[in-house]
Design a protein around this ligand. Structure first.
Ligand code: S3P
Length: 442
């Protein structure tokens, strides 16, 4: 599908977003490992979550959607059946990496595979530590398909330093460690999202942070205690996805005369790096109605059109905005001055190589951008000319480029825009409800 986005004179209104992608994956998976019925309101039903929902049927876990609420009938840890057919994880790295950990904890065998794009993404990062734990998992030269076999031996606890900060890897190992014969310690080089730890603790597990372990000094270290009792079922209303909100936030900032309210989005500090960086750039926004839901901070964000100044992004904040770089690149293109992103090499291993692809596509729209090994530089003068660009099958790149069209001098035509259905099927209708003019054709 090709979509043309026309320059807009201002976006106005208030929107609600579907549930957070990371929380949706975890709520489904942990609900399927718990004993009892979990009820998850505002579950994200989209391309990225369908493979995990389909996989549940093969493991013998039943679920149903009642309007926007997902009901999962968990039968307890160890109750999953072996998967007879290869499990198609689609394009979702979260699905394949989290399912591998959950299958190990349930002593379930099966083959995990996915799209051509998914087969390119690194899987050694989970396979190596899982093998150290005694789990029978094998990759195909470091990639999917992954083969998991039931092991005759118990899973061993592990002390492991992750080479990269990754919530997917951490979660895979946490889930495996729940069924281990001794506690595990996982150390990360940065603050990756901690939704798994929060949700598991709310369900009765014991995942301790470094401050709860005596004499343990390392930063970003968690201790996972093996489960003694079954996980309690989950009841949670999922907040809107801050990574989806990011497109509306930047749209509101760069389109003149705009004011947008995004209600009840997740504001977990390990996800809110973009807001921190945009504030430094001069973004005008406010947070209202802040509250807690299921251990997660939630609030309404109101954003106003602003004049943005360039900035530098590196260090720990990179992890806290890891999915937001495509849309951040657009914000930087509209800012004045040179923005420099570094220490962000991990962007090369996402749904596309987000450094190369972002630079290529912004260049097509007349942006002065230079690719670097671990990031990019963008020289902005407050203007972007527009033009024809491509999503490269990456949902976040597609939405970021469409947002650029709202404030460019000429329309922006995005090829391959159907990929927005992966994480935000409502993207185009929501943008239109705020006043955007978007035309699409197959
Ligand atoms: C996710 C973690 C991030 C993120 C992905 C979702 C998760 O990946 O990019 O979209 O739900 O755990 P990494 O943790 O591998 O960086």
């Amino acid at each position: 599908m090709d979509c043309i986005v026309y320059p807009v004179s201002g976006l106005q209104g208030s929107i609600n977003l579907q549930g957070d992608k990371s929380l949706s994956h975890r709520a489904l998976l942990l609900g399927a490992m718990a004993k009892g019925t979990s009820e998850i309101e505002n579950f994200l039903l989209a391309g990225v979550t369908k493979p995990m929902l389909n996989a549940m049927e093969q493991f013998g876990i039943s679920w149903e959607m009642k309007e926007k609420t997902l009901i999962v009938h968990g039968k307890g840890l160890g109750s999953w059946k072996d998967a007879e057919n290869s499990l198609d994880c689609g394009n979702s790295a979260t699905t394949i990496r989290l399912l591998a950990g959950a299958m190990a904890a349930n002593h379930t065998s099966g083959i995990l595979d996915g799209s051509e794009g998914l087969q390119k993404r690194p899987m050694d990062r989970i396979v190596e530590p899982m093998q150290i734990m005694g789990i029978q998992i094998h990759s195909t030269a470091g990639h999917a398909p992954l083969i998991l076999q039931r092991s005759p031996f118990p899973i061993r606890g592990i002390e492991y330093e992750l080479p990269v900060a990754s919530a997917q890897v951490k979660t895979c190992l946490i889930l495996s460690a729940l069924a281990a014969d001794s506690p595990s310690q996982l150390v990360e080089p940065g603050p990756s999202r901690d939704h798994t730890e929060r949700m598991l603790n709310a369900m009765g597990a014991h995942i301790l942070s470094e401050s709860e372990v005596e004499n343990y000094q390392k930063k970003y270290c968690i201790t996972v205690m093996p489960l003694k009792d079954e996980l309690k079922p989950l009841r949670m209303n999922l907040p809107g996805d801050i990574s989806s909100a990011a497109f509306f936030i930047v749209a509101g900032l760069i389109s003149p005369h705009s004011q947008i309210k995004i209600s009840q989005i997740g504001l977990n500090p390990r996800r809110a790096g973009l807001i921190e960086v945009l504030q430094k750039m001069g973004a005008e926004y406010s947070i209202q109605n802040q509250n807690e839901q299921g251990g997660e901070t939630v609030g309404d964000l109101v954003v106003n059109a602003s004049n943005l100044e360039a900035t530098q992004v590196n260090g720990e904040v990179v992890v806290c905005m890891i999915d937001e770089f495509p849309i951040f690149g657009v914000a930087a293109a509209f800012a004045r001055g040179e923005t420099i992103v570094s220490q962000a090499e991990e962007l090369r291993y996402k749904e596309s190589d987000r450094i190369t692809m972002l630079c290529e596509e912004l260049t097509k729209m007349g942006v002065d951008v230079t690719e670097q090994a671990d990031g990019f530089r963008i020289k902005g003068n407050g203007k972007v000319s527009g033009g024809e660009v491509c999503s490269h099958g990456d949902h976040r790149l597609a939405m970021a480029l469409m947002v650029a069209g709202l404030a460019a001098e000429n329309p922006v035509c995005v090829h391959g825009a159907e990929v927005v259905n992966e994480s935000l099927p409502e993207f185009i209708p929501l943008m239109r409800s705020l006043g955007a003019e978007i035309t699409c054709r197959d």
